[in-house]
Design a protein. Structure first.
Length: 402
């Protein structure tokens, strides 16, 4: 069945001098309105225990435009300013639902600036995009075409820390699910191998940050030598940002290709629910964990499985996938990280740590998909037989050994 989904297509563009000035003014006004509304809502809550709604914030915006000090807010399109208030409302909603921290003020030194335009604030005609307050269309580099007949409903213009300009077009596109297949795969995330599959395949970690570490360190040293507030420091900051952008782009490209391949080849993908934030507290591995980008890998798998009609199963983070023997279900007492291969004391099977974990993740995921329950480690019973072992044997019953 064909579904209609919203997809964002991001392109790079090169503004003229006048367009760059107009967009820079818009970015500044968006930041100002966001901070003013956040300050007003914070003051109303802490001083008067009142909640300020989006409607009241919108009325405040009208008063701000009429004031002498903030009259410049009326020189830019009003739509990005209203969208900033809507984004703030969404940030507060996420905070009230315990999905995010309290909203923070936007800094002028923040690396990325953006503004969002709805349908009334731009013109889309003959494949050309013209924003409000502009007379000429944007010079967009169409690296890939939009789907046939698709028209953007929302346009987001942004400028990253490296000074590059991007435009993101949100379109409603028909999405046809991929043909069903019988293959399923379990994925164990790691550092030496970015992912290990239950089929036995290991995908090496490209370590993009390590490849550019010398270039990154050189750019950081040059930035540190420049006087604060000088023009040379601003130039050095942009050069450093370009190195970071190169690393980020290469990492994202690799993850997109990997996740697309996994989703296309398998009907179900099983992963662990990793708590990356807590894992980053290990200062010995924090840099490597950040470079692996496990959170981005999961996010890509989630929306691509949803697009293409695949199943993504997430098992509990406390399931002892590495310490459990995939052959007999025996759970080892301990298994330090430096041990990459181990022999099961119960059945004598020799395991590669990562492949064994991926196979156990797959078996546990199939149990979750079949029963709808979570998979958590069980304490060892006094009779000597581990309930976790019994659960693993029940889960893997009828599944061919890989």
């Amino acid at each position: 069945m064909v579904r209609v989904v919203k997809r964002a297509y991001k392109y790079r563009f090169y503004p003229t001098v006048q367009q760059a000035e107009e967009l820079s003014r818009t970015f500044g006004c968006v930041r100002k309105v966001y901070n003013l509304a956040l300050a007003a809502r914070t003051e109303a809550w802490y001083q008067r225990a009142e909640r300020v709604s989006y409607v009241r914030s919108s009325a405040m915006l009208t008063d701000w435009k009429r004031s002498e000090d903030l009259a410049y807010l009326g020189q830019v399109s009003s739509v990005p300013l209203q969208q900033a208030l809507r984004h703030l409302q969404g940030a507060f909603a996420a905070f009230w639902e315990n999905r995010a921290l309290y909203p923070r003020f936007k800094s002028r030194k923040r690396s990325r600036a953006s503004a969002e335009y709805t349908r009334s604030a731009f013109r889309w005609r003959d494949g050309q995009l013209t924003l409000a307050k502009m007379t000429a269309p944007l010079d967009i580099r169409w690296s890939r075409p939009l789907p046939g007949g698709a028209e953007p409903s929302t346009v987001t213009v942004s400028r990253d820390s490296a000074g590059r300009w991007f435009v993101s077009l949100l379109c409603e596109c028909p999405m046809e699910p991929l043909p069903p297949c019988r293959a399923v795969v379990g994925i164990d995330a790691g550092l030496t191998s970015l992912v290990t599959l239950s089929t036995g395949e290991k995908v090496p970690n490209p370590r993009h940050e390590r490849a550019d570490r010398k270039r990154l360190a050189l750019a950081q040293r040059r930035l540190a030598r420049k006087a604060k507030g000088s023009a040379n420091r601003a130039k050095a900051r942009v050069k450093l940002a370009r190195v970071h952008a190169r690393i980020t782009d290469r990492r994202r490209d690799f993850l997109h290709k990997l996740t697309t391949r996994l989703v296309r080849e398998n009907q179900a993908v099983v992963i662990e629910d990793l708590n990356v934030r807590n894992m980053l507290r290990n200062h010995s591995l924090a840099r490597a964990i950040s470079g692996a980008a496990w959170a981005d890998l999961r996010d890509m798998l989630e929306y691509k499985c949803d697009w293409y009609g695949r199943d993504l199963v997430v098992i509990d983070r406390w399931y002892p996938s590495s310490k459990t023997c995939a052959a007999c279900g025996h759970v080892a007492a301990s298994l330090p990280l430096n041990i990459r291969e181990w022999d099961c004391p119960s059945c004598g099977t020799r395991h590669d740590r990562d492949i064994n974990a991926a196979r156990n993740i797959l078996a546990a995921g199939l149990a979750v998909a079949a029963c709808g329950g979570g998979v958590r480690p069980k304490p060892v019973s006094r009779g000597g037989r581990s309930p976790a072992k019994q659960e693993t044997q029940r889960v893997t019953a009828g599944i061919p050994r890989l």
